[in-house]
Design a protein around this ligand. Structure first.
Ligand code: ADP
Ligand code: ZN
Length: 804
């Protein structure tokens, strides 16, 4: 009999898979999708079989040692999806699987052998193994047994497993280590006054920064977070502890915060519009899809719920994707409320072990619904009947590293492979999705809000001419917005204030010589932060103290320009001192579940004014929010990216949709200096279709998606000349390919990216435009031929969502 070989993928930074020989005894189990134990140098790792009948390698291949599972870890449909992702996005299959699978399922995981009582125990080495296991209490890792008995045991254990004398189980490396407590630091006494602070911290500015950072985080934080992410040293922390200013203690680790979240029962009856939409969703053929285009507050969630309920009733399972799990606790709790224990919530705070558990439960069909962000599109739901993708227009559905997949595209492909139906929902569908209507997608509408509530009136306030309140520093504050806030507070209602820029000021500049403080590692100005005070880079995290003198001309005055959420918070606290404020941006939500804490206090009515970045614009449904103020609608309007108008429209329409959801109604005020921009005009009229129509024509010339497809080839490296040269070679290489195969593809570049440097790496790009199939050919060529040269890397970004 001829020898057989398998390709095995490992979650290592390797581009290709490894070839192993399949021992005859394992032949039936080494099939695509199965987990196998393989030797890698001097270790044993768990990998995934991606091909079971591959050609013999040139060098001698080592043996697959074991195949511990009865059933393949990756179902066939998912493996096929992985092959599609790798091919379409030009990514190595190993990295693709790495993005799909919980880390705890393979790699460093251990195989544990458990004795099964009652089976006939053979003699010889097998008897020695079972005796040893018996003495160990019936269970032990295989590697430990092999060390104790001083010989490899895989063959013996495989035989024992087949006669039912032992069971082999793969355990993630962190199961034991997953202790349930963590060290937490909290403020010990009443906060010192400003004056006391100056004395207390005169010689310890770092302690002061840490102290104030803790205040900012609500009085306590995980030690891991303070030391790891905020970058304070353990010495600074100890200093504060020794002076009795903070306490360090143990706190139970929150494993599943959603478990305590109220499981909201759904409304009992569907409106006629919802019924019609549900009927249409149900008539979508397996493998096909629909867009549920429903205005904000039209009750899309209930349509998803009922559709999923019917999928479950038919004995099948479903995946529900949301843009960011932390920002959508309401959607999550609605699914929990409807389906209880059938739901697995896949969120980023799960440990590897918990993630692997969730995978197993879904794979076995013990959980039927997976709810999660982007990567949940790969959840191994059994007999997948439906994939729901809520807020389909969100850019966070695109993965930011290899493989740079878009969950919406993957969902469409997976639905086709597995015969599921795909439901994309949004009040502001993307141009990309709308271009697929009447091709891959059907269009369904929910044109009205529940209870025939009107959409809130939106007023554009032209900051160039509108009367303004004085004494607000650099923040343009119209009398109209001021009066609206005062009136809202007087009625004891709530307001949301959107400012899509975090930090205190946008940048620091010398008024004399004009020098702007830039990040030493990125080509971007540093943002001024007030708490803790300093200059910070939003791309690489670089921090430096707030400068008082110009580094160029030594001028002793430096000016802050532009404003962010921290400055807005200060303005609000000064101007509306009686209002209870909460701020939600990346800086206040860096600890686990801080989103939920903030949103829960808004829901409980403990907050009058919630200010924040785009984080506050999504999915929230609070009936007492009767005012939405957009402090500066222009922050993203003129970014050098063809989607900047689309993003602005979506953000405004979404945030406007957060009000008028209850019987008290609501209104929206949008401050801008560009009131005639089409994104603002259509948003003010709640006319998504008007916007889509106008924006679609603007994408014709020069052509941008959906009028054409795009591939962005990004070249990065630490030497600028090397990067530029590689980009030029790359452009020539593409041009030659285009000419040779007469591809209808246009090349733009090479050129430096708008963000010319991030984290010390220079960035150039070559942009390819053309029909998707033609670009696909180039991607396939590029994937196998663009190898890394020294430190210069080439990244293939197909269907990019950002060109910055
Ligand atoms: P969308 O996601 O379309 O913005 P939601 O699904 O959040 O809208 O629904 C808006 C509000 O209407 C929610 O508070 C929801 O509970 C309520 N709602 C939805 N459907 C119904 C219904 N059939 N009867 C009563 N209330 C409903
Ligand atoms: Zn930086």
């Amino acid at each position: 009999m001829s020898e057989r070989f398998a390709q095995v993928a490992l979650p290592l930074p390797l581009a290709s898979s490894y070839t192993y020989r399949i021992p005859e005894t394992l032949g039936d189990r080494v099939v695509p999708g199965a987990r196998v134990v393989v030797p890698v140098r001097r270790r044993e790792l768990i990998g995934i079989v991606v091909e079971a009948d591959s050609a013999p390698p040139e060098a001698a291949a080592r043996d697959v040692l074991a195949a511990p599972d009865d059933e393949t870890a990756i179902p066939a449909g998912l493996l096929e999806t992985a092959h599609w992702v790798a091919g379409y996005y030009g990514a190595p299959l190993g990295l693709t699987l790495k993005a799909m699978l919980p880390g705890g399922m393979w790699g460093e995981s251990t195989v544990v052998a458990t004795l099964v009582g009652g089976a006939a125990v053979p003699g010889g080495v097998a008897g020695e193994v079972t005796d040893w296991l018996e003495r160990r209490g019936g269970e032990a890792p295989v590697s430990m047994a092999a060390r104790a008995l001083k010989r490899p045991l895989w063959d013996v254990l495989d035989r024992l497993a087949r006669v039912g004398a032992v069971v082999l189980r793969v355990e993630p490396p962190d199961t034991e280590a997953a202790t349930l407590t963590e060290r937490v630091v909290s403020l010990a006494a009443d906060p010192p006054t400003l004056l006391e602070r100056d004395g207390l911290f005169r010689r310890a500015p770092k302690q002061r920064r840490l102290y104030e950072a803790l205040e900012q985080l609500g009085g306590s934080a995980l030690v891991r977070h303070v030391v790891g992410q905020l970058g304070f040293t353990p010495t600074v922390l100890r200093g504060l502890e020794e002076r009795g200013l903070v306490r360090i203690g143990e706190a139970e680790r929150v494993r599943d915060p959603f478990a305590d979240f109220p499981a909201v029962p759904p409304p009992a009856t569907l409106t006629p519009d919802q019924q019609a939409a549900l009927a249409a969703v149900q008539s979508v053929d397996p493998g096909d899809g629909a867009v549920l285009f429903g205005v904000t507050g039209s009750g899309k969630t209930l349509v998803y719920l009922e559709a999923v309920r019917r999928v479950l009733a038919a004995g099948r399972g479903a995946i529900v994707l949301v843009p960011e799990i932390g920002l959508t606790p309401q959607t999550v709790s609605r699914f929990r409320g409807a389906f209880g224990d059938q739901v697995a919530v896949l969120h980023s705070s799960l440990s590897d072990g918990e993630r692997a558990d969730a995978w197993r439960l879904l794979r076995r069909g013990e959980r039927r619904v997976a709810v999660g962000a982007r990567s949940a599109v790969f959840a191994p739901v059994r007999d997948l009947g439906m994939i729901v993708l809520d807020e389909e227009h969100e850019a966070s559905y695109k993965n930011g590293e290899t493989p740079r997949y878009h969950a919406r595209e993957v969902a469409a492909v997976r639905a086709r492979i597995e015969g599921a139906s795909l439901i994309l929902g949004s009040a502001t569908p993307s141009l990309d999705t709308m271009a697929q209507v009447n091709r891959r997608l059907r269009l369904l509408r929910l044109p009205e809000r529940i209870g025939a509530r009107p959409l809130p009136p939106v007023e554009l306030v032209d900051l160039r001419v509108a009367p303004k309140v004085s004494g607000t520093g650099g923040i343009g504050w119209s009398e109209a917005l001021d009066a609206a806030i005062v009136a809202t507070l007087a009625r004891r209602e709530q307001a949301l204030l959107l400012l899509n820029r975090r930090g205190f000021a946008a940048f620091l500049q010398c008024p004399d010589c004009g020098e702007v403080w830039q990040c030493p590692r990125c080509s971007i100005s540093l943002t001024v932060h007030s708490s803790p005070p300093g200059l910070r880079c939003h791309y690489c995290g670089h921090e430096e103290p707030l400068a008082l003198t110009c580094r160029k001309c030594a001028n002793r005055v430096q000016q802050m320009r532009g404003f962010g959420t921290q400055q807005l918070e200060r303005l609000l606290s000064e101007r509306y001192p009686e209002a209870r404020l909460a701020r939600m941006d990346l800086d206040t939500t860096s600890t686990k579940w801080s989103h939920q804490r903030i949103l829960a206090s808004v829901e409980a009515g403990e907050v009058d004014l919630l200010l924040g970045t785009q984080m506050i614009a999504k999915g929230l449904d609070f009936p007492n929010v009767t005012l939405v103020g957009v402090v500066d609608a222009d922050t993203g309007l003129y970014l050098p990216d063809f989607r900047s108008a689309e993003r602005t429209f979506q953000l405004l329409a979404q945030v406007a949709g957060r009000t008028g959801r209850g019987p008290k109604g609501g209104r929206v005020l949008v401050q801008t200096r560009h009131p005639a921009h089409h994104a603002l005009v259509w948003a003010a009229q709640h006319d998504a279709e008007g916007f889509l129509r106008e924006e679609r024509t603007l994408r014709e010339s020069p052509p941008y998606p959906p009028a054409t497809a795009l591939v962005n080839l990004l070249v990065t490296g630490t030497s600028e000349p090397a990067v530029g040269q590689r980009a030029a070679e790359l452009a020539d290489w593409c041009a030659a390919l285009v000419a040779k195969y007469h591809l209808p593809v246009t090349l733009l570049g090479p050129a430096p990216c708008p963000l010319a440097r991030i984290k010390d790496r220079w960035r150039w790009h070559v942009l390819l435009k053309g029909p998707s199939e033609a670009l696909g050919r180039i991607v396939r060529y590029a994937a196998t031929r663009l190898t890394r040269a020294g430190d210069v890397r080439v990244v293939i970004d197909r269907d990019p969502v950002s060109l910055l």
